[in-house]
Design a protein around this ligand. Structure first.
Ligand SMILES: C[S@@+](CC[C@H](N)C(=O)[O-])C[C@H]1O[C@@H](n2cnc3c(N)ncnc32)[C@H](O)[C@@H]1O
Length: 291
């Protein structure tokens, strides 16, 4: 007979041996899902017997995690901001770092305000849906080059009852969208330098879609396209926020300044690393007014 506590310990040992860096948490999350129990039950009822089916499911989960598949991918879901999102191998697992983009957007647009937003490279729909969930008068569009990612984003929107205010479009970046249509433009584009992808943790390197990672030789390819595009797409007075790698802030800021953005700032994440470049489109046009 296997009890909850024994299953948890065995799973931890196996994950530790496999080099997983958070074996206790991961083992608990997999156990909770396999056994259909809560964290509180694992602690308060540790000697409860695990049914055979749960033992088999847990063994499968632990085996997959040992091969460095992320927990979110095994469970098919990931918490982001206040939402639970479905994730598949076709979308980047949303990261806590990206919540800075959501936070900045919500600070800029008051709760009752009607505004339109665009999320370029929406993946699971994480940024778009997190903002729409908190701003009931807003509507938005998410673009992606991946049909498979867009299918996940559409499912997430429907499951969160946001399908009526979120639309999705397959296109490269914002190709085909008209000028000055949005009050808010956000993006978390691929920004890893191509040569560095093979050096990433296996969880990312082997399990995240390369399309979501590869930012070209210097990691900045997407921003070179996005900076002028974002300025074109924003309404005068509109705001943008784009996620960057921790060492890319100054270069991305310069690209947006060169594209005519005003009040461009670099914002840090909770880990104190530069993470987001944000700014405005001058309400008198793309260029500062002349005196
Ligand atoms: C880093 S992921 C971000 C996903 C999601 N926005 C998030 O923050 O979790 C980048 C996304 O950009 C998409 N992408 C890559 N190249 C693109 C292109 N040329 N046009 C539109 N989207 C693209 C990828 O498919 C991926 O979904």
């Amino acid at each position: 007979m296997t009890t909850l506590v024994q299953a948890w310990k065995d799973a931890q040992t196996r994950l530790k041996t496999a080099g997983v860096d958070s074996p206790a948490i991961d083992a608990r999350l997999l156990l909770e899902a396999a056994a259909g129990v809560t964290r509180v039950e694992v602690v308060t009822d540790p000697y409860r017997e695990l049914p055979d089916e749960a033992v088999r499911t847990l063994a499968d989960y632990v085996e997959r995690r040992s091969r460095r598949e992320p927990v979110s991918r095994i469970l098919g879901r990931k918490g982001f901001w206040k939402l639970m999102l479905a994730v598949t191998p076709d979308v980047l697992t949303p990261r806590p770092d990206t919540e800075v983009v959501v936070d900045l957007s919500l600070r800029h647009f008051p709760e009752a305000m009607r505004f339109s937003m665009l999320d370029i490279g929406t993946g699971s729909g994480a940024i778009l849906l997190a903002v729409l969930a908190e701003r009931p008068a807003a509507k938005g569009l998410g673009t992606d080059i991946s049909d498979e990612a867009l299918a996940v984003a559409r499912d997430n929107a429907a499951n969160l009852d946001l399908g009526g205010r979120a639309a999705f479009l397959r296109t490269s970046w914002a190709d085909g969208l008209g000028d000055a249509g949005f009050d808010l433009v956000v993006s978390n584009p691929p920004y890893i330098r191509s040569a560095e992808i093979d050096l990433l943790d296996p969880e990312v390197r082997d399990h995240e879609p390369r399309l979501a990672l590869d930012g070209g030789p210097d990691g900045l390819e997407a921003y070179r396209i996005l900076a002028p595009e974002v300025m074109r797409l924003l309404k005068p007075g509109g705001m943008f926020a784009v996620e960057t790698g921790w060492d890319q802030g100054p270069q991305v800021r310069d690209l947006f300044v060169a594209a005519g953005a005003s009040q461009v700032e670099i914002v840090k994440d909770l880990g104190d690393r530069e993470r987001v470049v944000t700014g405005l489109k001058n309400s008198l046009g793309n260029h500062p007014p002349t005196r």
